[in-house]
Structure formats: structure tokens, C-alpha cells
Design a protein around this ligand. Structure first.
Ligand SMILES: [Zn+2]
Ligand SMILES: [Zn+2]
Length: 108
């Protein structure tokens, strides 16, 4: 029984490959779909699928680098958005203060 288990373990290890392969087809990843709705690595079979028709496909290595850049850009954007929101809040507060000032002026 114990020896059988050992054999099974060895078989599993042999099956594990270092190269990234397609989850659906088990083929090596060659391309990267740049389409915003996809943004994933594809194998030669994936790119023949109708869902990637008209999508911009680039070499896998290139694509992963670009994907990283896009991620970085997105993160920088979110920082900008947070900043913008902060400024917006300050503006809102200013508006409220100026309105209050108006009311006090009227009262006088
Ligand atoms: Zn595939
Ligand atoms: Zn696609």
C-alpha cells in the first residue's frame, strides 16, 4: 500500500510542467489577448475561438509586460481619482461655508 502511494506521487510530479499552459486546452501559451474584456494569455487553439475574433492578439511575453504596465497605470489612476475626490470634498465644504456666510450676511 505504501509503495503504491509513492508511485502515485512520482507520476503526479512528472505531470507538472514548468511552462505555463492553457487551462482549457493544455497547450503552451503563445499569445495574449489585449482586449479589455479578455486580458489573458491564449494558446494556439484559444485564438481560433470566435470569442476572440477581431481582438488584438500580441506575443505572450510582450503581452504580459504590457498587462503589467496597464496594471501600474490603473493603480496610478486610482491614486489620481482619490486625489480628485479629496479636492472635490474640499470644494463641497467651501461651498457650504460660503453659503452659510451668505445667510449670515442676509440676516444682518
Ligand atoms: Zn487554449
Ligand atoms: Zn479576446
Amino acid at each position: 500500500m505504501v509503495e503504491e502511494d509513492k508511485n502515485n506521487n512520482r507520476k503526479e510530479k512528472e505531470c507538472v510542467k514548468q511552462e505555463p499552459s492553457c487551462e482549457s486546452h493544455g497547450k503552451p501559451l503563445e499569445l495574449f489577448c489585449e482586449e479589455n474584456s479578455c486580458r489573458k494569455a491564449l494558446c494556439a487553439l484559444c485564438m481560433t475561438e470566435p470569442k476572440h475574433k477581431g481582438h488584438n492578439l500580441v506575443a505572450y511575453e510582450e503581452g504580459t509586460t504590457e498587462a503589467k504596465i496597464v496594471l501600474k497605470e490603473l493603480m496610478e489612476h486610482s491614486e489620481l481619482i482619490t486625489k480628485a475626490w479629496g479636492e472635490h470634498k474640499i470644494k463641497l465644504q467651501l461651498d457650504v461655508t460660503s453659503q452659510q456666510n451668505c445667510e449670515t450676511t442676509k440676516a444682518i
